[in-house]
Each structure stands twice: as structure tokens, then as C-alpha cells.
Design a protein around this ligand. Structure first.
Ligand SMILES: N[C@@H](CCC(=O)N[C@@H](CS)C(=O)NCC(=O)O)C(=O)O
Length: 208
């Protein structure tokens, strides 16, 4: 069944889904809405928001539901309940960081960027670094030797934070190495090369 992912032209909440689909080589239509087109689409969306994944006549919204659905389809959800619940917990922890990032970007960039980089970010990254050591001493993926949907979210989260603060991972070596390794996965590398040609904005207000 042909897949279509509707999201804005930015990276935002759509990008981890695009990364997962690209890495698993799942063909999909990458439908990137412009802000001008949005008023026409918004009323058609279940919660008035994107991302939206369409498969045949089935529509799925809510980024976590989309990621978990794709995770189940492509073996990216852990191999037992212990791993799956850990993956979900790790994902929610990343999402909490992302919400703080988004609040700073959209509501308080000029005054909030510096304290965010100095205080909030190191605290949040240190928590993730510690948790990342749970499996395989933090040398592989979130839940050990197999990748999960949370790895795509983690990679994108680290990637956008490196744009905000290029040295932000210096104090979290396992996360830094994970980011480097993940960027070298052949399908991810090829997607990142193609993306570089478009160079999409990270966020809708142009701040990053
Ligand atoms: N809980 C939703 C949030 C989705 C969301 O906030 N989408 C934003 C873009 S990142 C959106 O559609 N904004 C346009 C609007 O609300 O009109 C999810 O995780 O998918």
C-alpha cells in the first residue's frame, strides 16, 4: 500500500518519521505543505495538525502513534515487553526535551537561548546519556543491539541541538558517538545528502 506523509516543509515533528522511512527504504510520498496551503488542509486533519500518515484510505495522526505504528511494522519496537516499555519511556523523555526546545525556539529565542544552552540542555542531555547506558553500555542503540523507532527520534533531537550549540554533546560522549554512528548508516547518509540539497528549515519560524 502506497504511503503518503503530509507535514510542513520544515523538519519539525515530521523529520524522525522521514528518517525512519528512508532508513528502512519504505517508499513514501513526502508531501511537504507550504504555509499558504495549510488553511485548506487544517480542517481535514483529525486534530487539525500534522504530521499525517496516509495508507490507502487509512489516516493516522499524532507523531508518536505514527512512529509506534511504523515501529511495529518494521521491527523497531523491541523484542520483548521489557525493551518495548524502555523504548517508549526513552522516547517520552526525548519528547520532554523537545517540548522545552520548541518553547524556547518559538516563545523565548532571544532571551532564552543562552540559558537554555547553559542550563536546561546539559541537564537534559546528562539524563539521556545515563539512560542510554542501560543497554550494551551505551555503545549501540537505545535498546541494545537492534535499532528502534526511538533511535530516529534521538538522532534528530541530537542533530537539531548540534545546530543550536555545536559543542552541546561534548559532555555526553555516548550520545555524541551514537549521533556520529547513526549519521553513517548508509541509508541515513544518503537521505542526509539528498536533504542537504533542499536544506529545509528546522523550525517554522526560521530560528534554529
Ligand atoms: N501531538 C501532535 C502535535 C502536532 C503538532 O503540534 N503539529 C504542528 C506542527 S509541529 C501543527 O500541525 N501546527 C499547525 C497548526 O496547529 O495549525 C503530534 O505529536 O503529532
Amino acid at each position: 500500500m502506497a504511503l503518503k506523509l503530509s507535514y510542513f516543509q520544515t523538519r519539525g515533528l515530521g523529520e524522525p518519521i522521514r528518517l525512519l522511512l528512508a532508513d528502512k527504504q519504505v517508499p513514501f510520498e513526502d508531501h511537504r505543505l507550504s504555509r499558504d496551503e495549510w488553511p485548506e488542509y487544517k480542517p481535514k486533519m483529525i486534530f487539525g495538525q500534522v504530521p499525517c500518515l496516509i495508507s490507502g484510505d487509512e489516516e493516522l495522526v499524532q507523531s508518536a502513534a505514527i512512529l509506534r505504528h511504523l515501529g511495529r511494522l518494521h521491527g523497531l519496537n523491541g523484542s520483548n515487553e521489557t525493551e518495548t516499555k524502555f523504548i517508549d519511556m526513552f522516547y517520552e523523555g526525548i519528547r520532554d526535551l523537545h517540548n522545552k526546545y520548541v518553547a524556547m525556539i518559538y516563545q523565548n529565542y532571544e532571551n532564552g537561548k543562552e540559558p537554555y544552552i547553559k542550563n536546561t540542555l546539559p541537564e537534559e542531555l546528562a539524563r539521556l546519556e545515563k539512560l542510554f547506558h542501560t543497554y550494551k553500555n551505551g555503545e549501540q542503540y537505545v535498546a541494545g543491539s537492534a535499532e528502534s523507532y526511538a533511535d530516529y527520534v534521538l538522532f534528530e533531537e541530537l542533530d537539531i541541538h548540534l545546530i543550536l550549540s555545536p559543542t552541546c554533546l561534548d559532555g555526553t560522549p555516548a550520545l555524541k558517538k551514537f549521533h556520529e554512528r547513526f549519521a553513517e548508516r548508509p541509508n541515513i547518509k544518503s537521505y542526509l545528502n539528498k536533504r542537504a540539497a533542499i536544506n529545509p528549515a528546522v523550525n517554522g519560524n526560521g530560528k534554529q
